[in-house]
Write a protein that binds this ligand. Structure first.
Ligand code: NDP
Length: 461
């Protein structure tokens, strides 16, 4: 007899697992398939192992700074293999928890690939099992974008970087987004000679321009060699390692090349055609606010939909799907004012509109910004600088954007996001008494509006 479930989830990452568990807890008969490891990109080869590497790399700078405070920190050594082993153990533990939670919720797990064979049918590969389902949820996430240059097979991506047997001596990283900046910072912090190749002028396109400038300069301060306006033409094997040929004519010798040039929705060979599901250019599954595709029985959440590719967003989309379809509470996730962090050193925290976006949307805005050497570094001797910027809508003084680069930016921005989401005004922020001495107190102490310097004769507006 053919198997039948109420819901079949394809992909056991953050969004898929949340949707599967909650739907099962609402009483649905649920199955989930995962072709790699239960937990998905975030847990297995993304946010979680990356954060361990961020912690590890921060000690490099920390040992240096400690000297300013009287510590003797000479002859410290870093053991890559020890880090990888400790990280792997924790990832195994977390994957186990995900597996147990699915099992406890009564979700049936298939550890193989699943493809759509129709709007109500899933085929498992390689077993060939066919499962009929009332609803299908696609939660397959994304996969690194390949650029197709000669020798790309000699490069690694964020899929492989967590499993390198040895720490590189010299790594070249291509890209200027989240992954490229984070890994440039990680490897530089671990003492690796690090070079970042980016095709434009300033990293972190899409972030506020002041954030981009500051983050860019901080990478350089950290010792990253940043080469802008350049692309990789080819990577060739040499006796000493790898040679990276840039389109500028420059050739870089290194022993690892990491591609961090974006991720694409993982829909290749998924059978979307067989089910009649519409995709956008680039392969993303097209969905409405409720995650529903043009085929009423097929839904999608997370990176595969290419809306906001962040774990907590996938989780909220998965939860909204389960509530709406099986919990009797129809609602959708609001994608406005989602905060995010880039775990460089110092890290970035950002929520709401950039100055540029706010000007385009509202015309008149007020800017408050501050760049300063934190108290900690007056004694540590580090040249690291922090940056804080508030974007305020002039008309009603509502805070529409907060952008930070400080050691605690990812933590602070979580709280700032509550205030921005709640639509608080600058005056309401300012009523809040400062916590002293902190870097964050600057957020409630900025009183002087930023006035751009007068334009020089002939300078464009
Ligand atoms: P991003 O989209 O952040 O950055 C991609 C980078 O690759 C950009 O700098 C882009 O340049 C460049 N690029 C794209 N295509 C090419 C090309 N053909 N040639 C050269 N360069 C190219 O992607 P990531 O891979 O860094 O990360 C993927 C997603 O994962 C992120 O968007 C984010 O949503 C998520 N993520 C979140 C993290 C966090 O929350 N801390 C951490 C890691 C990932 P350009 O700017 O010119 O477009």
């Amino acid at each position: 007899m053919q198997e039948h479930v109420d819901l079949f989830v394809i992909g056991a990452g953050s969004g898929g697992v949340r949707a599967a568990r909650m739907s099962a807890q609402y009483g649905a008969k649920v199955a989930i398939a995962e072709e790699y490891r239960i937990g998905g990109t975030c847990v297995i080869r993304g946010c979680v192992p990356k954060k361990f590497m961020v912690y590890a790399s921060a000690y490099g700078q920390g040992f240096e700074e400690a000297k300013g405070y009287g510590w003797q920190a000479d002859n410290v050594r870093f053991d890559w293999k020890a880090l990888i082993a400790a990280k792997d153990m924790e990832i195994d533990r977390l994957s186990g928890i995900y597996r147990r939670n699915l099992g406890n919720a009564g979700v049936e797990m298939f550890e193989e690939r699943a493809e759509l064979a129709g709007p109500d049918t899933v085929r498992l590969v390689p077993s060939g099992r066919i499962i009929k389902c009332d609803k299908i949820l696609i939660a397959t996430g994304g996969t690194p974008r390949a650029l197709g240059f000669a020798g790309e097979e000699h490069t690694i991506t964020s899929n492989e970087v967590f499993h390198l047997p040895e720490i590189p001596n010299h790594i070249v990283i291509n890209g200027g987004g989240y992954i490229a900046c984070e890994f440039a910072s990680i490897f530089a912090g671990l003492g690796v000679k690090t070079c970042l190749i980016y095709r434009r002028d300033l990293v972190l396109r899409g972030f506020d321009d002041d954030v981009r400038t500051h983050a860019h300069n901080e990478l350089i301060r950290q010792g990253v060699q940043v080469i802008t306006h350049a692309n990789i033409d080819a990577v060739k094997k040499t006796d000493a390692g790898l040679a990276v040929h840039l389109d500028t004519g420059v050739i870089l010798d290194c022993d690892q090349v990491m591609m961090a040039t974006g991720r694409v929705p993982a829909t290749d060979g998924l059978g979307l055609d067989a089910a009649g599901v519409n995709t956008a250019r680039g392969g993303a599954v097209m969905v409405d606010d409720f995650g529903q595709t043009n085929v009423p029985s097929v839904f999608a959440v997370g990176d595969v939909t290419d809306r906001i590719s962040l774990t907590p967003v996938a989780i909220r989309e998965g939860a909204a799907f389960a509530d709406s379809e099986f919990g009797g509470r129809r609602h959708s996730f609001d994608h406005k004012d989602v905060a995010s962090a880039v775990f460089t050193q110092p890290p970035v925290g950002s929520v709401g509109l950039s100055e540029h976006e706010a000007r385009e949307k509202y015309g008149q805005i007020d800017i408050y910004k501050s760049s300063f050497r934190p108290m900690r570094h007056t004694v540590s001797g580090s040249a690291e600088k922090y940056m804080m910027k508030l974007v305020v809508r002039t008309e009603d003084q509502v805070m529409v954007g907060v952008h930070l680069i400080t050691d605690a930016a990812p933590e602070i921005i979580q709280v700032a996001a509550i205030a921005v989401k709640a639509g608080l005004t600058k005056a309401e922020w300012d009523e809040t008494c400062a916590v002293h001495p902190t870097a964050a107190e600057e957020l409630v102490l900025m009183r002087e509006k930023f006035v751009p310097p007068p334009l020089e004769d002939g300078e464009a507006v």
